[in-house]
Design a protein around this ligand. Structure first.
Ligand code: G6P
Ligand code: MG
Length: 216
C-alpha cells in the first residue's frame, strides 16, 4: 500500500529544467561546444558534476579537476541568475493539485531531488515549509540513478521504500526509484522508460486516487 509520494523537483514541481538547459548552453558556447536539448535530457536527475561530464563528452579538449570545478561553478552562477526570476507562477500545472489530493488521501509528501539548489528553489516558489520532508543534493554522496536521495526522503518520512510512489521526469530518477524498491510514476521525457509502473505526460489533470487504483 502506498503511504507516501516523493516528488522530483526540476521538471516535476517546477520548470527549472529549461533554466538548466539555458545555463549549460551558455557554458557550452564559451567552450565552442554545440549543445542540444537531446544532450540536456541526459543530464536530467544527475548531479552537477556528472552533468558537466555529459557536456564535455562533446569535445576532444581535456580539463583538470580544478578547471572542471570552475566550469560547474560558472554554470551554477548563470543558473542562479535565471533562478532569481522564479516565482510561484512557475509551479508546473497540476503539481499542487496532485500534492493536495495526496494529502487529502492521508499520504505523506516529500521532495527527492539531486539539486543542491533545492532549498533556494523551494523558497522562490513559496514551498519551503510545504512538504513533510525534503532530501536533496546537499544530503547525498551518490546522485540518481542511485536511490540514495529517495531512501533518505523515505527515512525522513518514516515510511518503508515499498510504500513510496516516486514522481519523476528523468530516466535516471525512474531507475533510482526502482533500485530503491519504490513505485515510479514517469512523466514527460521519462514516459518511455520500461521500468516505470505508471506513466503520464504531466501532472496536469492527473488524479492520484485513480493511479493508486491502477497500481492495485
Ligand atoms: C536535478 C536536475 C539535473 C541537475 C541536478 C543538479 O536533478 O534534473 O539536471 O544537474 O538537479 O542540480 P544543481 O542545482 O545542484 O546544479
Ligand atoms: Mg527532474
Amino acid at each position: 500500500m502506498i503511504s507516501a509520494v516523493i516528488f522530483d523537483l526540476d521538471g516535476v514541481i517546477v520548470s527549472t529544467d529549461e533554466y538548466h538547459f539555458q545555463a549549460w548552453k551558455e557554458l557550452a558556447k564559451e567552450l565552442g561546444i554545440d549543445f542540444s536539448r537531446e544532450d540536456n535530457s541526459r543530464q536530467r536527475g544527475v548531479s552537477r558534476m556528472e552533468s558537466l561530464e555529459v557536456l564535455l563528452e562533446k569535445t576532444e579538449q581535456t580539463f583538470s579537476n580544478d578547471e572542471k570545478l570552475a566550469m560547474a561553478e560558472k554554470k551554477n552562477s548563470i543558473y542562479r541568475d535565471l533562478l532569481d526570476r522564479l516565482s510561484p507562477d512557475q509551479i508546473l500545472p497540476g503539481a499542487l493539485n496532485f500534492a493536495e489530493e495526496s494529502r487529502k488521501l492521508g499520504l505523506k509528501i516529500a521532495v527527492g531531488s539531486s539539486s543542491r539548489n533545492t532549498p533556494f528553489i523551494l523558497k522562490k516558489i513559496g514551498l519551503s515549509d510545504y512538504f513533510d520532508a525534503v532530501a536533496d543534493g546537499n544530503d547525498i554522496q551518490r546522485s540518481k540513478p542511485d536511490p540514495q536521495v529517495f531512501l533518505i526522503a523515505a527515512e525522513r518520512l518514516a515510511v518503508r521504500p515499498a510504500e513510496c510512489l516516486v514522481v519523476e521526469d528523468a530516466d535516471a530518477g525512474v531507475e533510482a526509484a526502482k533500485a530503491g524498491g519504490m513505485f515510479a510514476l514517469a512523466l514527460g521525457a521519462a514516459k518511455g522508460h520500461p521500468g516505470a509502473d505508471l506513466r503520464a505526460d504531466s501532472l496536469e489533470r492527473l488524479s492520484i486516487e485513480k493511479l493508486l487504483r491502477e497500481l492495485g
